[in-house]
Each structure stands twice: as structure tokens, then as C-alpha cells.
Design a protein around this ligand. Sequence first.
Ligand code: PLP
Length: 395
Amino acid sequence: MISKKMENMVANSSAIRAMFEEGNRLAGIYGAENVYDFSLGNPNVPAPETVKDAIRELLNEEDPVVLHGYTNSNAGYEDVRTAVAESLNAKFGTDFSAKNITMTVGAAGGLNVILKSLLNPGDEVIAFAPYFGEYRSYTNNYDGVLVEISPDTETFQPKLDEFEAKITAKTKAVIVNTPNNPTGVVYSEETIKKMAAIMEAKQKEFGTDIYLISDEPYRELAYDGVEVPYLTKYYANTVVGYSYSKSLSLPGERIGYLVIPNEAADSEKLIGAANVATRILGFVNAPTLQQKVVKKCLNEKTDISYYNRNRETLYHGLKELGFECIKPEGAFYLFVKSPVADEKEFCAAAKKYNILIVPGTSFACPGYVRLAYCVSYETIVNSLPKFAELAKEYK
Ligand code: PLP
């Protein structure tokens, strides 16, 4: 029989799987164009042409034995890691070199690598609700305990008083995700500075090292020129997890990296652990071809004007209908207050209009729903009359 741990995970993942299947079922009956599927964070802006050119060039010019071979070191190709480090240094005034970079199998791979490297059974990992639900599974993979900070539903910035109170001698890591999935909120520099001061004080109080893990697949998706602070500059024990899944629309290619700075506690050992973890977790290091692709595309950007148009139209459209939500500053999600306390009831009502949205419970924030607006503009525009009908039910 399957393990107890997996039995729990299968039970908990059934809601999202059910929605995915429901989307396909509805599209089969009504036609895909009449289904307003806001459930998945799968980018719909195609990868930049340069990515295609880079792949072609690599296929034509590189030795296939190398290109399709195992990566030559667990951390990834040295020239790729040097290029990543130099591009970060140029952008953020940091001082990284190749050794600080471990290429990963997306952000999910990177998070699993760093948590495997850090956690002993029973160690605590803090996350701020609402958060990406997989953090719970990733922490559980290494027998860690996820400690949740309740949401501040006014601003969706982290509740720092509760954070301070919940840090214990067992706290090993704190995960932040900004721009945030599911709210689109960017944590302000002021928030980051206060958070860093609290963590410094708690490290002293307990005589421990507490790592700040910055999960930032949405870093490049920031609107209206908003600053997304680079966290290694504010707190020494910071590890950054980056991904090209959203920034270059490559979620299926599974490529990203971890930054473990020299300033982090036990940096050498942690880098060594991460490089072994990425080999033994089952995926055996980051894919060679994609490492070489991202090296050629470090200065490429996705077309965020596309998401921005969706953001403006959906946000204003829903506000006009009387829905409550905070305007996202980044990522491609809108987190809307459910007009009824049980947001699953609201999701079920939305489904009658072929609108698919995710209950906030999946992000540890009941009473809210998430809409992923990485869909076609037509879907946004055509969904609004349906949302109007849905809103009438709650007038
Ligand atoms: N972290 C957050 C907050 C996400 O939203 C996602 C994917 O949606 C991931 C991590 C995983 O990203 P990747 O595809 O790079 O593994």
C-alpha cells in the first residue's frame, strides 16, 4: 500500500486536480472559448523569439553528446553560473560569482534542494498566508513543520508582530514570495527591513541561524515601475530561488537557480549540500540544454504589457461589479474577496457561468479566491458579463 505521507498528500491535492478535470469537461461541452478558466498559473505569453533562436543555434552548433548529456558538475555549467552571477551583480550591485549559483530544476526544484539541505525532522519553516500551497508539501518532504502566519487582509503585507511571536529555537527557515502568488502584492522595502531586524534579533536570542528563502519566480513581472527589493542586501542569511518559468514563459523546461551568498551562515557547507541535493533528489541536476539556453537569454524579457492589460481590465471590471480586491503590483494573479464566507460555495456558483477560480483555502486564506489572469484578453473581456451575472446573485 502507499505510504501514510503520500495518502495525506493525495487527499490534499484532490481539489486542484478536480478543477483541472472540470475545466476540460466544460470545454468539451461548451467549447474552450466559452469557458473562463482562471485556475492555472501557466503563462500564455509565448517565450521570446530569442529563446527559439538560442535552441536552434545550440542544436546546430553544439556537440550533441554534450548538449544532451549529464551536466558536467552538479551545480551546473561554470560559464552559465558565471554569466548568471555577473548579470545579478550588474542589476543589484551584489558580488556573486559562479560558486554562489546552483542551477536548478525550476523554482520548485530549488526550494526542494534548499529545504533538503537545511532541515532536520521537526525543524520549523515559516510562511506568510496567503502562500503557494506547495510550500507545505515541500517542507513535509523533509519532515519539517510549516508554521503559518495569518494573513493581513487589508494590505496582504506580512503580519510582523505575529511573525516575531512565532519564531522559535526550532525555526530554520522563513519563505517569502514577492511578487506574491496569489495576491500579486510586492513586499515593500520597509517591510523587508523590519523583517530582517526581527530575524537578526531572534538569531541572537536563540543562538541559531535562521535562513530567509526568497522564492521569486515572479521577480520580472512587476508593473508600474514598482521596486522589488533584492533580499540578500538586507539580511545576510538569505537564499534566493529564481526561475525562468514565468519570466521567460518556460515552465515546462524546468530551469532556474539558487543563489547562496558568501555572507550566509556556513555558506561553503550549504553550497556543498545544495549541489549534492540537486543530484540525489531524483531529477539529477538542471537540464543541460536549458542551462545553455538561459545563458544566451539573460537579458530577455517577457512581454509584460500583455499581462498588464489583462490586469487593468480584469481589476477595474471586477471592481465596477462590486467585487473587493487589492490591485496587484506584480505576478499575474488577482485575489478577490468572496462575497460569502465559504469561498468554495462562491467557486461553485462561479462554475455555473463556466468561470473557474481557485478557493483561497488552497493558499491558507479562506474567504478569498484566486484568479490567474495569464489568459487571452478575449477570455478576460468575455468573462466580465458572466461575472456580472454572478455578482447579481449576491446583490
Ligand atoms: N513558487 C511559486 C510562488 C509559484 O507560484 C510557483 C509556480 O507557480 C513555483 C514556486 C514553482 O515554479 P517552477 O515552475 O519554477 O518550479
